[in-house]
Design a protein around this ligand. Structure first.
Ligand code: FES
Ligand SMILES: [Fe+2]
Length: 424
């Protein structure tokens, strides 16, 4: 298939030809031109997850992050406001900030010593007579124009205007709330540090997989078997869990129907009330009559378009590098006021997504095999029709399917197509 043109004689757009309701074209994962368009129309246009406010808790804290291919510095200024600065000097484009994180009200470029406030404003430059004196230059560091956070999750958008973050999150916002509700203080903290897994695969293979309930029984069969984990059953053909298209490209595996069946507090976490008594008591004290539901239903499994994945007790930040490469940043969820749980979440995360972890390694093997597969010439298409004949609409108007259906992928592609077809 010729994927180079922007339109066909019939007026059909390039992306209409590549994305159909039940299949998507393999070139979407390999074509460098498409990757460049994704940077412009998704990564540098829509809301993208960057980091969490708890990573820069104090005034003047900063931490370096990625947004698409951009090297950004997430700073908190002296008044507490969060900024996303592009790490580029306004003089001759050197990288301004070197350290991975720290606390400073200003940054000094190592090349010729220009200094900037942590809001991006130029403070000074050496030997200022060369510029006719002090404060004579109308230059600043670049900034991500819109920065907003939700439950402390910081997102940036290069679009000057457009939907607000809350509008973008739509149906996914409530899932992030569910995570925060599991904290006895109502606060998520992403302070455990991020593992970085470089992956030779297109970023979309990861986002599509995050709510693919069809693969766990096969890809993760070994870890489920070795650990005697009940997770596999959540994704069986007999599971009552639901896959939901939350709109705007977001999707979730809603495991609550399975946990409600057992009606046991903390089963979602693979433990019992008696093992984490202080935590359970703190949640009961905070939530009153809602506490039992919260303790039974547990944490969300939600993919927020395009790059934030909350997998119950881990958070992932997926950032693209090239058409065939991305980085998965992974961290353990930490909940304010839940020390018992926090320790367990760190050790469980080491076991599942750490360097020798058993869960993420399985998925990554699949991503990289997939990337090799999409390079083959035939049959050209990837099939996403699973369960389309049994889709339903839930009480909130969202499309749902069974635990193993490809509802999330279809939602992802519908939104992707809309963004990629938008005029700029
Ligand atoms: S490039 Fe930064 S001071 Fe010259
Ligand atoms: Fe998986």
């Amino acid at each position: 298939m010729d994927t180079t043109g922007t339109g066909s004689p019939s007026g059909e757009s390039k992306y209409s030809r590549l994305i159909e309701p039940t299949r998507v074209h393999g070139s979407l994962y390999t074509d460098e031109q498409i990757f460049a368009e994704e940077l412009a129309k998704i990564w540098y246009a829509t809301w993208v997850f960057v980091g969490h406010e708890s990573e820069i808790p104090e005034p003047n804290d900063y931490i370096r992050k990625k947004l698409g291919l951009q090297d950004v510095v997430m700073t908190r200024d002296r008044d507490g406001e969060v900024h996303l600065l592009l790490n580029r000097c306004a003089h001759r484009a050197n990288l301004v900030c070197d350290d991975a994180r720290g606390n400073s009200s200003s940054f000094r470029c190592p090349y010729h010593g220009w200094t900037y406030r942590n809001t991006g404003e130029l403070l000074g430059y050496p030997y200022n007579k060369g510029y006719g004196g002090k404060n004579n230059l109308d230059l600043t560091m670049g900034k991500v124009p819109r920065v907003a956070s939700y439950q402390g999750f910081v997102f940036g958008s290069f679009a000057q205007d457009g939907p607000s973050l809350v509008e973008h999150l739509g149906g996914a916002a409530g899932e992030i709330d569910r995570l925060a509700n599991l904290s006895p203080e109502g606060k998520v903290e992403l302070t455990a540090g991020w593992l970085q897994h470089k992956t030779k695969a297109n970023w979309k293979l990861l986002t599509e997989n995050e709510t693919d309930g069809y693969h766990p029984q096969f890809v993760h069969g070994s870890i489920f078997g070795v650990t005697g984990s009940p997770i596999g059953a959540l994704y069986s053909d007999a599971s009552t869990a639901v896959t939901r298209n939350l709109g705007n490209g977001h999707s979730e595996n809603d495991l609550r129907p399975e946990f409600r069946k057992f009606d046991e507090p903390m089963r979602w976490f693979g433990t019992t009330e008696s093992r984490v008594p202080d935590y359970v008591e703190a949640i009961r004290a905070r939530h009153g009559e809602d506490a039992e539901r919260i303790l039974v239903e547990g944490a969300p499994h939600v993919m927020v378009f395009p790059n934030l994945f909350i997998a119950e007790i881990q958070v992932f930040n997926i950032q693209p590098v090239a058409a065939d490469e991305c980085v998965q940043y992974a961290t353990a969820v930490q909940l304010a006021g839940a020390p018992e749980l926090n320790k367990r979440m760190i050790s469980q995360s080491i076991g599942s997504v750490g360097p020798a972890g058993m869960l993420l390694a399985d998925d990554t093997e699949m991503y990289e095999r997939n990337q090799r597969g999409v390079g083959m010439l035939a049959p050209e298409w990837l099939d996403v029709r699973r369960g389309i004949h049994r889709e339903q609409t839930d009480e909130n108007g969202f499309t749902i399917g069974t635990a193993t259906d490809e509802v999330g992928m279809r939602g992802f592609w519908a939104h992707y197509k809309k963004l990629m077809e938008a005029d700029q």
